[in-house]
Design a protein around this ligand. Sequence first.
Ligand SMILES: Cc1cc2nc3c(=O)[nH]c(=O)nc-3n(C[C@H](O)[C@H](O)[C@H](O)COP(=O)(O)O)c2cc1C
Ligand code: SF4
Length: 394
Amino acid sequence: MAVLQTELKPLHIKGRRLLPIVQGGMGVGVSAHRLAGSVAALGAVGTISSVDLRRHHPDLMAQTGKSRDKSLIDNANLVALDREVKAALQLAGGQGMVGVNIMRAVAEYAAYVRQACESGAQAVVVGAGLPLDLPELTAEHPGVALMPILSDARGVALVLKKWMRKNRLPDAIVIENPKHAAGHLGAARIEDVDQPHFAFPVVLESTLQVLHELGLEREKIPLIAAGGVNSHEQVRGLLDLGASAVQLGTAFAITEEGDAHSNFKKVLAEAKPEDIVTFMSVAGLPARGVRTPWLANYLDKEEKLQRKAGPKECTVGFDCLHQCGLRDGIAKAGQFCIDTRLAFALEGDVKRGLFFRGSERLPFGSEIRPVRELIEFLLTGEVSPAGAWERAAA
Ligand SMILES: Cc1cc2nc3c(=O)[nH]c(=O)nc-3n(C[C@H](O)[C@H](O)[C@H](O)COP(=O)(O)O)c2cc1C
Ligand code: SF4
């Protein structure tokens, strides 16, 4: 597949010249090797989500599907991550960049970071918590780009100051707006997600100011704006505001190459604005998804479940989170097993799954299209007839 070209300024990370488009990591299994590798093959940044990837590997599921042995499950997930990174790199054929997204909030965060580096990932992207220890964890792999996901200038300043004491800088920073993004959101409470300081013009300006105050040239750390991006005009607008690239999640999840079941894509693609809700996740952060039958039923009972919250054993013996509202009995957090629910969604179980989705309309409405058309549309505002890019590049 030919790499796409653009008039827009390229994104530079670790000496690579990339399209200014990033496909965000999406768990469980929504962005695995097929999506991330296909995005990278076009010259953009593709990201595998590291969470519970064994679910894409029938042999690993045969060993662990019914197991309650945490170390067996963790080991299967590291094997799956290794396979997925290698398969994505092969699909990318040396183009673009293949990263691995790892949530700071998962118990096996450090093991996933090490495995990603050892398997050849070109970037490690960390969200859902502050990755203050990422420089140490990756010290033996200086060629791997480090990319924290943050939501405001305060978080950026904190990470930068800590990392600068360790003589390391992020290779890029993803700035995710909790008002529009999908999945876990970078705000402490649901009421905070649309605070004005998260708006792109404010956060980009204040982050550039932080870089200036710390004596860092703005070109040194590219900023990648994520959350609700759905048009070429918006891409241009964000680049004009000082971003070096944009990151999209939902729109990539529903592409032909997206690694989830076609029912999963349909739920996201066909959701109406009134179906999209913000609620508290078991990880203790607000999250955004589609009000499918399970979520509607859970939200009806949430208050009651929270009143009854109390410590118990992990329902599946996986202990996936450092802190889990259900297992640890944290009343203000969610009271459901997120691993089980996201796995149902990946398999296309519309009744029982949890389907993360951003708040905004999608670039092609409810149409499922190939990754190439999505990236082309973001770069140019148009979609050329099939094959035109390849012919132009030949
Ligand atoms: C189904 C789904 C799962 C996601 N899972 C993760 C995840 O595991 N880790 C993460 O950092 N972000 C996750 N995200 C967020 C995306 O990477 C991206 O930053 C976000 O969706 C951008 O907003 P948009 O969906 O409006 O484009 C997820 C998004 C979706 C749609
Ligand atoms: S109960 Fe909590 S820790 Fe255990 S698998 Fe479910 S979400 Fe993870």
